[in-house]
Design a protein around this ligand. Sequence first.
Ligand code: NAG
Ligand code: NAG
Ligand code: NAG
Ligand code: NAG
Ligand code: NAG
Ligand code: NAG
Ligand code: NAG
Ligand code: NAG
Ligand code: NAG
Ligand code: NAG
Ligand code: NAG
Ligand code: NAG
Length: 652
Amino acid sequence: MGYSVREQTWWVVVVVGMTILGLHVGGGEGCLREEREALLKLKEAFNYPNGSSLPSWNNLTNHSDCCTWERVACDNYTHRVIELDLSHTRPQELRRIKWSLNASYFLPFHQLQHLDLWANYLSQSGLFGDIKLHSLERLHFGENELTEAPSFDLSRSRNLKVLSLLGNFLEGSLPESIMSLTSLTFLSLSHNNMNGSLPKQGGLCNMKNLQQLDLSLNNFEGKLPMCLGNLTSLSLLALNSNGFEGIFPSWLFHTLRSLATISFSDDNFRGSFSLSLLANHSNLRDFHMSCYNTNVKLETENPSFFPSFQLSYLYINGCTLNEVNNNKMPTFLLYQQDLLVLELTHLNISGAFPSWLLTNNTKLNTFAMSNNLLIGPFEPNSTSKLLQMQFFDVSSNPIKHEVPSNIGSIFPNLISLNMSSCSLQGIFPASIGEMRQLNDLDLSDNNLSSYLPQEFGRGGSELRFMRLSNNNLSSPCFPVKSTFRYLLFVGLNNNNFKGNIPTGIINSTGLRMLDLNANQLSGEIPSWIGNFQRMSYLILSKNSLRGSVPQSFCNLTELIYLELSENKFKGSLPSCLNMPLLKYLHLQSNQFMRPLPSTLANSPLLTLDLMRNNFSGQVPILFSLFLNLRVLILKENKLKVPFLLICVSSGK
Ligand SMILES: *[C@@H]1O[C@H](CO)[C@@H](O)[C@H](O)[C@H]1NC(C)=O
Ligand SMILES: *[C@@H]1O[C@H](CO)[C@@H](O)[C@H](O)[C@H]1NC(C)=O
Ligand SMILES: *[C@@H]1O[C@H](CO)[C@@H](O)[C@H](O)[C@H]1NC(C)=O
Ligand SMILES: *[C@@H]1O[C@H](CO)[C@@H](O)[C@H](O)[C@H]1NC(C)=O
Ligand SMILES: *[C@@H]1O[C@H](CO)[C@@H](O)[C@H](O)[C@H]1NC(C)=O
Ligand SMILES: *[C@@H]1O[C@H](CO)[C@@H](O)[C@H](O)[C@H]1NC(C)=O
Ligand SMILES: *[C@@H]1O[C@H](CO)[C@@H](O)[C@H](O)[C@H]1NC(C)=O
Ligand SMILES: *[C@@H]1O[C@H](CO)[C@@H](O)[C@H](O)[C@H]1NC(C)=O
Ligand SMILES: *[C@@H]1O[C@H](CO)[C@@H](O)[C@H](O)[C@H]1NC(C)=O
Ligand SMILES: *[C@@H]1O[C@H](CO)[C@@H](O)[C@H](O)[C@H]1NC(C)=O
Ligand SMILES: *[C@@H]1O[C@H](CO)[C@@H](O)[C@H](O)[C@H]1NC(C)=O
Ligand SMILES: *[C@@H]1O[C@H](CO)[C@@H](O)[C@H](O)[C@H]1NC(C)=O
């Protein structure tokens, strides 16, 4: 195997050492028999009763060196297992079958440093015994189904540095057994059901080596203990989404000067917090503060400060920001140029649209400033491109200007664009067609006029969600030839579109919702409508559509909501209009005629509105069996309503 003299010497020492300890090197290839056998036992446990994970773990003579097995790493010199990655190993199809893991299976691994048991559906009743591994440094137990933390043999856990129990069902207060692991540098208990308050002294506060503490998404409560300020090595402190209360703990920042990530969102703190306290936290990269459940007032202007940090992530949502300064845009942002994500939403920030943020921060991936009071124009440096930008949401601001005509070349890689409710003026910019990755487009509730340009139709090949409702857009409704293939949701309602139902959607056979309400469309419903077999919501009301409901409607078996009111439809309803999910059928103010198909009674209808048509004949007696029906409007037809139905429907 080409060992150097030095390595061979090592080997002799190691093998002799192992022999003295009563261990044997198995298979002549370095993997200890004890460790190999323990791994095979683990494989059996993880696969109980009949799974087939870890196929490379087997006893075939040509493959007995367990150091070569998948998810196993050995030390190069001692050939002892040092890392075991057993994340996502329990087969998914066995998730409902209880299985057990005896912590003593790990005892043979004297040098195991890293054990990953992430996502194995392991529940409390399946975990036996103390973790007794004196070499263990990192233990990942995330995303299992534990209701209590595993117990540790503390005398043997002095090297444990990283412990993650994220995403289990842990209950009760912080367990003593974890707070005694004073060597920990990383502790995540995020996303569990833990409660109680943090101990005022000792406990957590003894964990002086902690660099990352994540208690987010639990039900912890009470005031934060002052001694938390002693954990001066902390770089990550995530306490968000708990019930912590009291005055916002500004005092923490006097001593916790190494913080890089701070998340205090959605607790029950009150009072105010001045970001100037963070001015000298030069490591700060990531600041999260959302106030949907809290009453914290954030202040960024008084006193003014010059930030020593360059943020990558900034999230401030729904807080009272700069109350005495007219919700002013934070000045410290003028000095930021490395932002990747900027979310400043629901803050009522006033003033001019901060286009300079887009010019200064060329690495931005997400820019969200919805629900503020920003006024246009929106004009980032038009010579620069923001190639990383994927999510841009400035919806619900009184921008009152045009969309920059070159928006497509500024954000060529955008995935989601939301500028709804911005009082946008002018035309729909053709350059949106240059955004080849665009999935979601929402320009609804604006004052855009003119038509949808051909360039848009040629570009939108990835578009899923298109909402252009409530504008003043006119024909052609859609570019005739389009590359739209994946549309799921199309809202073009309340515009001025004329002509036929647009053929531009024809290839999007996965369409779930089409809303063309309140336009000036004419012509008949094309028979290709039957291609949309996934359609749930079809709304064609308030147009000038003619003809009858085509037979191909019979294919729309997933329809829930069908709205054809206020058109010029005529003829009889096809008897296949009895879709198994149909809850809302609104046909009012058309010229439908003939008796109603009795099959309609097969649909679980909640509302049936047939007002102002020419339906005639007897209302099928079966309608009285419409047990779910909440609203039934039959007036202004020529129908004979059976007495029984009157009784039943008036009773609802
Ligand atoms: C494994 O066992 C389960 C439950 O006993 C059974 O439903 C499943 O079909 C079995 N799978 C295989 C591949 O034998
Ligand atoms: C090991 O042996 C088994 C059975 O003898 C054979 O199927 C397999 O291909 C061999 N593997 C290698 C890597 O030689
Ligand atoms: C062990 O050897 C492999 C391959 O030579 C090397 O990639 C790895 O870094 C080494 N590991 C250690 C801990 O030295
Ligand atoms: C766990 O394994 C140890 C050692 O093999 C054994 O003594 C103990 O009974 C096992 N525990 C359970 C609950 O199976
Ligand atoms: C920890 O914090 C408390 C309260 O702030 C303080 O009284 C105590 O001296 C600190 N202990 C250490 C070891 O820093
Ligand atoms: C930050 O450092 C500057 C310069 O050393 C100092 O004047 C200022 O008071 C410090 N600010 C805070 C909040 O500690
Ligand atoms: C950001 O833009 C503003 C306004 O153009 C400018 O004054 C400031 O110097 C820029 N900051 C950085 C860091 O580029
Ligand atoms: C923003 O202004 C609206 C309307 O005045 C108000 O209802 C809302 O609470 C304000 N939001 C914040 C975060 O101050
Ligand atoms: C706009 O971007 C170009 C190219 O990146 C740069 O040369 C120019 O100075 C920028 N203008 C402003 C106002 O930042
Ligand atoms: C766009 O923003 C509005 C208002 O903020 C919101 O209601 C709508 O769901 C968003 N559209 C998309 C596609 O997310
Ligand atoms: C909408 O735009 C038209 C011009 O296209 C203008 O006359 C009208 O005042 C605008 N309406 C609103 C509410 O801004
Ligand atoms: C809608 O656009 C048409 C021109 O296409 C214009 O005549 C009309 O005034 C606009 N309506 C509104 C409400 O802006």
